[in-house]
Design a protein around this ligand. Structure first.
Ligand code: ZN
Length: 262
């Protein structure tokens, strides 16, 4: 796998203009140092080789054509989550092994799964959603929601959905990425207390700077706060410094300084 990835990197360089055009649209990447950007570019290159970013609407009135620019924009944000992981980019990509497709829709799309509640009752949710991640399967994204993500709204749908992918890596959707031993315990305690505090504030009707959707479930809290970690890190550090610290330890990135390492 590593050899194949080394070959893929050597033969599929991402053109400068495509790379620069994507960075230009993602202001939260401006301050990253040269080393981190080089790694992010290599990961983006591998992601584009290994994953298929395809249209969910290839015909009809709402037909959506996926351009190379759209592909790079999605890939670079997905790869930001793994930029500090693994000794090499080949190793970091392992976090995204086991599935192939990113399906992009021209707007919100109906949720595709039924779900079973704690009492064992199966519900079918009909409401349209902007993004969804399947364990071992595709990531689904609404393109308008992806585009809305790099304005001042502070929302970053691609980071959100790929954070769910990372949460699912250990087989449990519980807001905890794959960690073992004391690191896992520390993460669980930190996210648990941040989540409890956030739910209390939302329940009390407080206006929160973090999207109140994060109070839905702990795995949504993880996904939303990953968006904040990468797109508005000062906010998360100020509100939940201990939790911010365990995210830094997991991602091995300092998103404020724009450097690698915990
Ligand atoms: Zn979510």
């Amino acid at each position: 796998m590593t050899k194949r990835r080394q070959r893929a990197l050597a033969t599929n360089a991402l053109p400068d203009d495509e790379w620069n055009a994507a960075l230009h649209e993602l202001p939260f990447l401006d301050h990253y140092d040269a080393l981190t950007r080089a790694r992010l570019r290599d990961l983006t290159t591998l992601f584009l080789v290994e994953k298929s970013i395809v249209s969910g609407a290839t015909s009809g009135a709402h037909k959506l054509e996926i351009t190379p620019h759209m592909r790079v924009l999605i890939a670079v944000q997905a790869c930001l989550l793994i930029v500090g992981r693994g000794a090499t980019v080949m190793e970091a990509m392992v976090d995204y092994d086991g599935w192939e497709n990113v399906v992009v829709y021209p707007g919100d799309f109906p949720r595709t799964q039924d779900f079973e509640d704690d009492a064992g009752v199966v519900h079918r949710l009909e409401e349209p959603i902007a993004g969804e991640s399947w364990e071992g399967g595709p990531v689904l994204l609404s393109w308008p929601a992806v585009e809305a993500g790099y304005d001042a709204s502070g929302m970053a749908l691609v980071i959100h959905e790929f954070a769910h992918k990372i949460d699912m890596l250990d087989g449990a959707v519980d807001g905890v990425p794959p960690l073992r031993g004391p690191a896992r315990a520390a993460f669980q305690i930190a996210i648990g207390s941040a989540y409890d505090d956030f739910c209390r504030r939302v329940d009390a009707g407080e206006e929160t700077d973090i999207d109140p959707y994060a109070a839905e479930l702990i795995d949504e809290f993880f996904a939303v706060t990953c968006e904040v970690f990468f797109a508005e890190p000062e906010l998360l550090l100020q509100q939940y410094p201990v939790y911010y610290g365990v995210l830094r330890s997991y991602f091995k990135v300092n998103p404020i300084a724009g450097t690698l390492g915990d």
